[in-house]
Design a protein around this ligand. Structure first.
Ligand code: SF4
Ligand code: SF4
Length: 201
């Protein structure tokens, strides 16, 4: 009797298994043939933060204010920038993001005063070394501009940065000197005016 019972149980489990197989056989396929196929990430997906390309200037809007670097809980952002002659604001000359430490908290994106950052939709991240996840945002921007057929934003050389810093320091010194000379002239004029007033009295 137990022999026939075992056969019946085995047959029933076979049917149950086949039912699952048949059910999935007729369902739409959800498997993505990666890497030949790529999926569209949802609008709220957070890949690594990256520069927004301003549609007006076709470049980034980073003014190297350092606010993102200071607010980052993982302290993984390094920003350097300077003010070039003829420009009103500072401009980023280096922006490094060590993505291996990033929690994607979004504080850097939220704090940015010029809305220079957003999250990329990149999910294909793999590497063998930590350095593979260090992202130079200016180089990444150049690659994205090239792909989109936009003008490439030049990264200033060390010499250009040094010259800009020297020019800014010289301009600041000249401004301070002019202010000091103006203050001294005003003081001298007041000193000359005082005895004249006493003589009249
Ligand atoms: S998302 Fe958060 S952890 Fe990542 S870089 Fe921005 S502030 Fe830092
Ligand atoms: S907060 Fe914005 S503007 Fe300031 S350094 Fe970061 S990305 Fe650049």
């Amino acid at each position: 009797m137990s022999y026939f019972k075992e056969i019946a149980v085995g047959f029933w489990s076979l049917l149950a298994g086949m039912a699952v197989t048949i059910r999935y056989f007729v369902k739409p396929i959800v498997t993505v043939q990666y890497p030949r196929e790529k999926i569209q990430m949802s609008p709220r997906y957070r890949g690594y933060p990256q520069f927004i390309i301003d549609p007006e200037t076709q470049t980034h809007k980073c003014i190297a204010c350092d606010m993102c670097a200071r607010i980052c809980p993982s302290q993984l952002i390094t920003v350097e920038g300077t003010k070039f002659p003829g420009e009103k604001q500072k401009r980023a000359t280096q922006y490094l993001h060590e993505h291996q430490y990033c929690s994607l908290c979004g504080l850097c994106v939220e704090v940015c005063p010029t809305t220079a950052l957003d999250f990329s939709k990149v999910y294909t991240l793999a590497g063998f070394r930590r350095e593979d996840f260090v992202i130079d945002h200016l180089i990444l921007l150049q690659a994205r501009q090239k792909t989109a057929g936009l003008p490439i934003t030049k990264i200033p050389t060390a010499e250009e940065v040094a010259a800009a810093i020297a020019a800014e320091a010289a301009a600041k010194e000249a401004k301070e000197k002019a202010a000091k000379a103006q203050a001294e002239a005003k003081k001298a004029a007041e000193a000359n005016a005082a005895p004249a007033k006493e003589d009249k009295e």
